[in-house]
Design a protein around this ligand. Structure first.
Ligand SMILES: [Zn+2]
Length: 116
């Protein structure tokens, strides 16, 4: 799912996307020229395998997200908030969701057996 930067105004626009059992939903609104504020929630379960024994497990996620989406290279001050840049004039929600899922998976996750 993509939305053109030009189409996002100050008034928040709802979006919702479901992929691989994860629901990604929230609002986007224009913060300034070429800069969009995305406030959303990630909710659902991701299939993964235990980082110790390899057993299949599900990671439950339920987390709020606040991201700045920049139309081209971000020129503001960094650090305060996550920034994602797109270079073709469109916000690609699938890509944002995918990168959030990857970042959850990049943490260590252990099955119930290995936790004890
Ligand atoms: Zn395990």
């Amino acid at each position: 799912m993509e939305i053109a930067f030009k189409k996002v105004a100050k008034e928040a626009l709802d979006f919702e996307l479901v992929k691989d059992g994860v629901r990604f939903f929230g609002k986007v609104s224009k913060k300034s020229d070429g800069l969009i504020l995305l406030k959303a929630d990630l909710a659902g379960k991701i299939s993964h395998s235990c980082d110790r024994c390899g057993e299949d497990l599900e990671i439950e996620i339920n987390e709020p997200l606040e991201i700045l989406v920049s139309d081209g290279i971000y020129k503001g001050a960094a650090d305060e908030i996550d920034v994602i840049e797109f270079y073709d004039g469109f916000i690609d929600f699938d890509e944002i969701l995918q990168s959030e899922i990857e970042s959850v998976k990049s943490d260590y996750h252990y099955c119930a057996k290995c936790k004890n």
